[in-house]
Design a protein around this ligand. Sequence first.
Ligand code: KG4
Ligand code: ZN
Length: 335
Amino acid sequence: GTDGPVLGIETSCDETAAAVIRGDGTILSNVISSQHSVHARFGGVVPELASRAHIEKIEEIAARAIDEAGLSWQDLAGVAVTEGPGLAGALIVGLNYAKALAFALNIPIVGVSHLEGHIASAWLKDPSFPRSCVVLVVSGGHTHLYHRGQDGATRLLARTRDDAAGEAFDKGAQMLGLGFPGGPALDKLAQAGNPGKIRFPRSMRKSSLEFSFSGLKTSLLYRLQGMDKAHLDGIRADVAAGYQEAIVSVLVEKAFTAVGRCGVAALAVVGGVSANSRLRALLTERAHREGVLLSIPPLQYCTDNAAMIAAAGRNALSAGRRLADDAEALVTMDP
Ligand code: KG4
Ligand code: ZN
């Protein structure tokens, strides 16, 4: 049957990840091999190097996920794999590995979208969190607001018109000389700064739920131009805190506006940027004040991981979904 353990495989970008979820929804293992050190000196992910690193790691990571779950290969009831969106060469490694495994073990396989995975992460810690809610997906590639119905169907409410929130973090961090990936480094530096000292513009048009972060990025660029290093060194933490505040305050505002408009009682915030400490604090405070149920995944399920793919895959498998025999990696995908 498909109600036994499911192995999830995720290789859409620069993390090689595998995880096992039990039939009852318990995560038994969650193994991640990050390629950050491979890409750091290039200041961003190099697709060709990513594919190669996935090829080198995938078998070992999957075997560790099985091992740490206390299982053997024969115990698996299904395989779930990210089919997109992501880097073509990176996706293909996971997809082909998962297909070969499912074939060898003679078990069903399902392809899930990376977004579907991030969204599923909202129910990992608390399976009783309402099905009907607003979901904000904030990652390196996405800043999307959805209304999710009781049946699990999602409807896109709004997205970013330009950069994703994670990109705004990464580019801002790069301008501040914080290295790659920038989001976590900017988060850390901002904790030592005052978010109210240096104000950055916010795209806060009340009538629209759409996001825009390109103006903010430009504003930081102008501020840094002509600033000498000694001066910047003195205020770097305040700049980071002010810049971060401009991103997260808009995310919070629009997410809660969407909750009000959709008439739901619950908000889920998922994706890499949901690991941000200031965003988590502001969301928690506002949710408490407004009596909105809030789900933000534990940190290990915010950034890319395979537990979320296993969770989404388990749902899809039990709904009867299967990967087509001729399935290929979906490099881009409709939101
Ligand atoms: O979900 P994710 O791991 O990969 C994608 O699907 O893109 O998200 C990665 C993004 C990166 O832009 C990274 O800088 C950002 O999430 N990120 C953070 C934090 N941790 C990761 N941004 C702000 N604060 C953080 N603590
Ligand atoms: Zn992601």
